[in-house]
Every structure is written in structure tokens, then in C-alpha cells.
Ligand binder design. Structure first.
Ligand SMILES: [Zn+2]
Length: 473
């Protein structure tokens, strides 16, 4: 028996934070999604409208999906001819990039006003070690772990994502009106809406969101509009969790002077790769996905010796509300802004809420590990990923350490002002010049401005300067 429980979610509150410039069109996705979490299947029949006019476009779709057809709804039921763009290889192992033709023999890329895309996908269902773990798990994986499906929009593209090859702009933020059916699920969740306890529900959002999803059989908890999915926590830990989430949210909102808007949701789930080796978290505004068990699970947020690190990770993900969501990367250096500043903010929050000792040990650990970072370029010269030397160390260790030293030199107030200025700009093509310009507009004392830029942004000795400034060796 299928229960029907239509749900209208008006998240007008989020509108201001994710507002897109008036002249920019935001795609609308309408249609049906059928899921089986035990079989590992997803079948979609979507109609895309209000697509921006992009000359050199591709439609990215997860490579595990098989196209049934593309149709121009206004023309009728005939399937459109299409091609795969083999040069759009940025995410080639996760997605395939399609473009459709107006008619056979005309190779031009064309976007119908109402584009229907119908497709099906089938994925491995990895319950436990007996099923055989996958070699890895990652954000862009469409992951079926036996009791749930997890899929993001940014990387996995489980729904069609229009991409502009010329401006490198992704259009994964969509408005949606989708009916999700999953007969072997108890809870359905589409990012930006509240979870629904049903086997079928219609999710609607007029506010653009990354249409990430998490559906399956699991428990939910809610307090003051904050949702916790599949946490498996004791009631006592649940209460602690909600108060921690509220405190972290309030800290950022106060320091940035930009409030969090929308329903915060936290998803806890098992990876489909060996959970003793694989754990990660990602932020799909306003939802944090925590993929990991044991000491990496949300359950151990308060209990294990890793509590400080786990809480810092939660703080990092929440900071992506500002850097990663309000400000989005438009170049390789954009990732230094996104990850480096999220990590800097997480350390800053840790220092203020969890205490100086916890902060110092996390910072020290980072700076010590940087002895393994070699052959990298200073901020001002980062052009490609190879300029990081090591992406992990550069983004999560080197950059936040430098930002911490900059804060010590210019003062906390100026530091928050700089971050706030960047966040408010809602820049979706962030690069080095964007960051440097915002810095110059914040620190107007010319001598200090030039000193910081020289010492930390341009110097090959920026790390040495950082250690000296922070008194770490
Ligand atoms: Zn991050």
C-alpha cells in the first residue's frame, strides 16, 4: 500500500542567502523518481524548464545512469538525437556529459524550452563486508548501503546538471517539484526540504538547492527545526548534539553577522567502502552528510577520544555555509578560499567554544604535518592543482595556518570583516584576485596591507613566516 503524503515546503527564509542574480535563470526540475534501496535502482523521468541559454553547454549526468530518451516537450514525443561530449572530462569518472541536437544532421548544441530526460540507473548495494566493500567512497558516489541511498547534486549529478563549458559555471542549484517513491524506504529526504516519513512524497522548493538526497530505513529526530537523520544516538547525546549545533550556528552567525537561514539537517550514514578506512563529511547547504562509523560516526561526537576532531569537522562543514555556498570557487585558488577559510573558521570556533588547549593542539598538529608539504607555490601563484604540492595539506593545513597568522597580525575584528565582505559578495567565480581585493578593501593601512600580502600571499617563505608569527616550530 503506497501512502501519499504531499508536502509543500516553502523555504522562503533561505531565499536571501542563496539568491541568484535576477537576470540569471534557475533551472526547474519537475517529475518522478523511483528508488529501491534494496535493489540499488533509481529511475527518473524529469522535465527541465527555465534553463539558462548557454551556447557551449553540456548536461552532466551520473555515469551509472542509462538514457532512455531526451525529448523536446513542445515538439512532441519523438526522441531527440544526442551526443556525449568526451572533452568535458572534469568529472569524467563520475559523470557523462550530453548535448542534444535540434534535428539529425545538425550537430549544433540546442536546449529545448522544456527538456524531458528519462533514465535509469543501477548501483551496487553494499551492506557489509560480506557484500564486498567498494575500493573507495566519496562525495560524488551514488551510494547504496543496504538500508539507504545517498547522492549529492554537485558531484554525482544523479539528476541532470547543466554546465557552461565557457564560464565553468555549474547549475546544480535547482528549484524542484519531484515525487519520490521508494517502497522499501521509511523516510524520504530531499535537501532543502524537511524529511518525510513515507514511501512516497512530493518535495517542492521554489528556492534553488543542490538536490542531494538521503532515503531509506532509519530514525529521525528534530528540535527547533534542526533535523538529525539516522544518528543512532542516545537521547542524552541527541540533546547535546542539538545544543552543539545551535551553539556553532549562533557563533558563526554572530561573528560573520550573517545569520544561518533554512533548516539545518545532519545525515549520518555508513560508507560503502571499508568503514575502518573510509570516513568523510560534506556540506550540501543546509545539510551536513557524515559518512563514517565508529569513531568517525556522529554517535561518537561526545564519547570518544576523537571528540575534539569530530566536533571540529562539524564546525568545518557548517562554515561551508559561507565559503562553499555563498562564495563558490571559480578557479583552482577558489578551493583555497572554500576549504582553507572553512577550516580556519572551524579552528577559530574551536578556540572560542572548546577552549585554547584544544585549539592549540589542533593547530600544532597541522603545522607539524606541514613538514611533509613540498614543491608548492604561494597563494598568489596557484593556477593548477599541482601548485598545491599536496592538495590535502595545502587546503586543510597550510591555508588555515596562514589565515590564523594573518588574523594575529591584523586583529580579529578586521579578519571577520574581511570574511564577511567576501561572503556578502556571493561571488560564484572566486579566485585569488577576489580574495586579495577584498583584503585590500578591509585592511586600508597601506603599509600593513602590503606587508601581509608580501609575507603570506606572495612569499615562498609564507609557512616559515606563519610559524614565527604563531610561535610554533
Ligand atoms: Zn570542506
Amino acid at each position: 500500500m503506497i501512502k501519499t503524503k504531499p508536502l509543500l515546503v516553502l523555504l522562503a527564509l533561505i531565499a536571501s542567502s542563496l539568491a541568484v542574480k535576477a537576470q540569471e535563470k534557475v533551472p526547474m526540475i519537475k517529475g518522478n523518481v523511483d528508488i529501491s534501496v534494496t535493489k540499488g535502482t533509481i529511475a527518473c523521468d524529469f522535465v527541465l524548464t527555465n534553463l539558462p541559454t548557454i551556447r557551449n553547454y553540456v548536461i552532466r549526468l551520473n555515469s551509472g545512469m542509462n538514457i532512455h530518451y531526451f525529448r523536446d516537450e513542445k515538439r512532441g514525443p519523438g526522441a531527440l538525437d544526442y551526443d556525449v561530449d568526451t572533452k568535458d572530462s572534469i568529472q569524467s569518472d563520475e559523470v557523462k556529459s550530453y548535448f542534444v541536437h535540434e534535428n539529425r544532421g545538425n550537430p549544433a548544441r540546442y536546449i529545448p524550452e522544456e527538456l524531458e530526460v528519462k533514465y535509469v540507473g543501477m548501483y551496487p548495494v553494499v551492506k557489509d563486508s560480506a557484500s564486498g566493500y567498494m575500493g573507495g567512497d566519496w562525495r560524488g558516489n551514488v551510494a547504496f548501503n543496504g538500508y539507504s541511498v545517498r547522492a549529492d547534486g554537485f558531484q554525482s549529478c544523479w539528476y541532470p546538471v547543466l554546465y557552461d563549458k565557457d564560464t565553468r559555471k555549474r547549475n546544480e542549484l535547482v528549484r524542484y517539484d519531484v515525487k519520490v517513491t521508494c517502497n522499501d524506504c521509511d523516510v524520504l529526504f530531499v535537501n532543502g526540504s524537511s524529511p518525510v516519513k513515507a514511501k512516497q512524497a512530493t518535495f517542492m522548493s521554489d528556492v534553488p538547492h543542490e538536490m542531494s538526497m538521503f532515503c531509506g530505513r532509519f530514525e529521525t529526530a528534530e528540535q527547533n527545526g534542526v533535523w538529525l537523520l539516522n544518528a543512532g544516538m542516545t537521547k542524552e547525546d541527541e540533546a547535546k548534539f542539538f545544543s552543539t549545533a545551535n551553539a556553532y550556528e549562533a557563533y558563526y552567525a554572530k561573528q560573520m553577522n550573517i545569520p544561518f537561514k533554512g533548516t539545518l539537517t545532519f545525515v549520518q550514514t555508513d560508507p560503502v567502502a571499508d568503514p575502518s578506512k573510509w570516513a568523510f563529511a560534506f556540506f550540501s547547504a543546509p545539510t551536513t552528510f557524515n559518512v563514517g562509523v565508529g569513531k568517525w560516526g556522529l554517535q561518537s561526537l561526545f564519547s570518544s577520544g576523537n571528540s575534539a576532531r569530530n566536533k571540529k569537522s562539524m564546525a568545518h562543514e557548517l562554515a561551508h555555509y559561507y565559503f562553499g555556498t555563498m562564495v563558490r570557487p571559480g578557479s583552482e585558488f577558489g578551493h583555497v578560499i572554500e576549504e582553507g577559510l572553512a577550516e580556519y573558521m572551524a579552528l577559530k570556533l574551536t578556540r572560542s567554544i572548546e577552549g585554547e588547549d584544544v585549539f592549540q593542539s589542533l593547530l600544532n598538529e597541522r603545522v607539524q604535518s606541514l613538514k611533509y608539504l613540498h614543491n608548492y607555490k604561494p597563494f598568489s601563484q596557484v593556477k593548477t592543482e599541482s601548485d598545491y604540492g599536496n592538495r590535502e595539506y595545502y587546503l586543510y593545513y597550510y591555508a588555515p595556518a596562514l589565515f590564523t597568522a594573518v588574523e594575529k597580525e591584523i586583529g580579529e575584528a578586521a579578519m571577520w570583516q574581511w570574511l564577511r565582505m567576501m561572503a556578502l559578495s556571493k561571488n560564484d567565480h572566486s579566485d585569488y584576485n577576489f580574495m586579495a581585493d577584498a583584503f585590500k578593501n578591509t585592511v586600508t593601512d597601506n603599509a600593513l596591507q602590503q606587508k601581509i600580502i608580501g609575507k603570506y600571499f606572495e612569499s615562498p617563505d609564507a609557512l616559515k613566516n606563519t610559524k614565527e608569527e604563531l610561535g610554533l616550530n
